[in-house]
Design a binder for this molecule. Sequence first.
Ligand code: GLV
Length: 309
Amino acid sequence: MKGVLVSATLTLDTLFRAAFTAEDPSVELLLPEEVDDPAAIDFALAWRPQPGVLKRYPNLKVICSIAAGVDNILADPELPDVPVVRMVDPKQSEAMALFVIWHVLWYQRRFDLYLEQQAARVWQRQPQRGAAETTVAVLGLGRMGSVVARRLAGLGYPTLGWARSPRAIEGVEVLSGAEGLKQLLARTDALINLLPLTAQTRGLLDASFFARMKPGAYLIQMGRGPHLVENDLRAAIDSGHLTGASLDVFEQEPLPPDHDFWAHPRILVTPHCASDATADLVAVQTLAAARAAVAGAEIPNVVDRAAGY
Ligand code: GLV
């Protein structure tokens, strides 16, 4: 089998080639410039491929995202009509849960203020706020969000969740629909976004959304940059309505050096690093998908292209 590795924004060959060879030495994973015969390519492994690039391979049978999200691939208006597969990595979900817990604690125990105080050599104790006094909410209860919600609930945080359709997660109060979101926003102290990026969720985190949030609440944005209207967030924080935000994803990545979020005292910026699927798992799941596609068998973890996830 032969695959092509396409990304407009990351150099992925060093990361993935060894993992693919370890999983199956007979598989060739090529960069686009190494492909002599485009018709020989069976599968693509992609992250933000340049639009129109994937249609160059006429016998492509499946396209796999290196990530849990597939918005980066579905954005191609000329995407070939073959199954698109996402990665489903339990270790990635657990890593996300730990990353989110760190940010909840950052807000809950006001590490932002302690850092400022340290810089100013100020010895001042902030009120101690417990988990029971910090309501958290997770938007998006898929493979990632459901694990994050469960872990937070297990630590004693009153935990809400929001999903398109009602579902049961132990220890989590699940709300759905527009009315459910309204109720959730009014009750939440730390709001975690883990929604997939779709036509319905693009721009969801805007001025009207922030206006519904409880005064003093905090945003932990781990979804996709275009969920957030950045100017509306800045206004909601600068007016004092929100305490601040942790942002791991941005409208433009890398975040441009002159972007004012870098220096905002109430915004914590990280470089889309919350959690990745491991290279070994990407190799195993991509090759399982490619083998199934070549054999005409059912392919695991295919996304619903219409739904967008
Ligand atoms: C990372 O952003 C992912 O979708 O896995």
